[in-house]
Design a protein around this ligand. Structure first.
Ligand SMILES: NC(=O)c1ccc[n+]([C@@H]2O[C@H](COP(=O)([O-])OP(=O)(O)OC[C@H]3O[C@@H](n4cnc5c(N)ncnc54)[C@H](OP(=O)(O)O)[C@@H]3O)[C@@H](O)[C@H]2O)c1
Length: 332
């Protein structure tokens, strides 16, 4: 869709004011201008998607959005029992809308390499080793109040948002390569990453007083800065890499992690479906948007607004060397 200069100017103002752009107001204003860019109905028919953390909040809304477009969706969760009400809600909505879609709930803690490997090995071997994966949404997220470590001893927000997703993609490569159309992976980051530089010297928050929101924002900054590197790694396999941020959405995770913020901003928070919109759009829109890029509300966004948060020369590559080793990849 072509955009006029006043459109782009308004969009930029919304983005810079944060309060407006990230809220339901920003979504409502932009939405009026992009209706014709909605993915074609049925655009994901016959395609398979995996959504991590699909048992609540934005993940649930992403599963619904992908299923509405016809995808078969594997809902990856730590606890199928906890996710059951969300999956039932999605199935109910699809039924009421007269759609049929296949949802499969699977157990996988994405901070645990052993569980990632077991899931990926099993997934890739299905259908006599012919299973293809077209869409992979790295949505699972945490904001631990105290410094917490994964089973492998990595700080939990980095393990969940960076190391696990990298390993999951790598282990799913056989299925991703089989995507007829070229697979797409989407990382769900956060606008909070704008506040933090890349923590090249202390990626696991071992120095200073741990603050969950800072650790969280740093790990989301890593997702954004690694996107071009991940694109270079996996574009030969015809995998496109996108990072997006959802704005502020009213989800169980937000209520748990930032209760005071939620109370104050509740009238402005987006419903989860609006927060998930760009992840679904990136998975389905044609032509495929440029890979290795950062998005919000269906538009590519700057990765930094201040020079203090922009990585210096070689810093993203240094972080990648660390991350590839910490994720257990064969080499960066
Ligand atoms: N809501 C917002 O305004 C907002 C803003 C910016 C970014 N985000 C990002 O959006 C994503 C979704 O967040 P949300 O707001 O929807 O929060 P949420 O309701 O807490 O959803 C997060 C989901 O991730 C799952 N999860 C956590 N750790 C996992 C792991 N190791 N393996 C598998 N699943 C795991 C959780 O499952 P359990 O039931 O097992 O805990 C939960 O279902 C996160 O990446 C978050 O950082 C949200």
């Amino acid at each position: 869709m072509s955009r006029t200069a006043p459109d782009q100017g308004l969009d930029r103002v919304l983005d810079r004011t944060v309060l407006l752009g990230y809220s339901r107001l920003g979504y409502a204003i932009r939405r009026r201008r992009w209706a014709e860019s909605d993915p074609r109905p049925g655009s994901l028919a016959g395609r398979t998607a995996v959504v991590t953390g699909g048992g609540s909040g934005l993940g649930e809304a992403t599963v619904l959005g992908l299923a509405r477009l016809g995808a078969r969706v594997h809902v990856l969760v730590r606890s199928p029992e906890r996710a059951a009400p969300a999956v039932a809600r999605i199935e109910r909505v699809l039924r009421v809308e007269g759609r049929t879609a296949e949802l499969l709930t699977e157990r996988c803690d994405v901070s645990d390499p052993a569980m990632i490997d077991a899931f990926a090995e099993d997934f890739c071997a299905r259908d006599g080793g012919r299973t293809a994966l077209d869409v992979l949404v790295h949505n699972a997220g945490v904001m631990p109040p105290e410094r917490t470590e994964s089973v492998e001893g990595h700080e939990l927000s980095v393990a969940t948002h960076v190391l696990g997703p990298i390993r999951l993609t790598e282990q799913l490569l056989p299925a991703l390569r089989r995507s007829e159309h070229g697979a797409r992976q989407v990382f769900v980051a956060s606008g909070g990453m704008y506040t933090q530089p890349l923590p090249v010297d202390d990626p696991e928050f071992e120095q200073g007083t741990y603050q969950g929101a800072v650790a969280y924002a740093r790990s989301k900054r890593m997702q954004v800065e690694l996107a071009p590197i991940l694109d270079r790694r996996w574009s030969p396999d015809r995998i496109s890499t996108f990072v997006m941020h959802p704005g502020w959405a009213d989800t169980p995770g937000l209520a748990r992690s930032l209760p005071a913020f939620r109370t104050l901003s509740r009238p402005l928070l987006r419903p989860a479906e609006e927060g998930a919109d760009t992840a679904v759009w990136l998975a389905a829109t044609e032509p495929t948007p440029p890979s290795g890029t950062f998005w919000h509300d269906r538009r590519q966004r700057p990765t930094s607004y201040r020079s203090a948060t922009r990585p210096g020369r070689g810093e993203a590559e240094a972080l990648w060397s660390w991350a590839a080793a910490a994720a257990g990849l064969d080499g960066p």
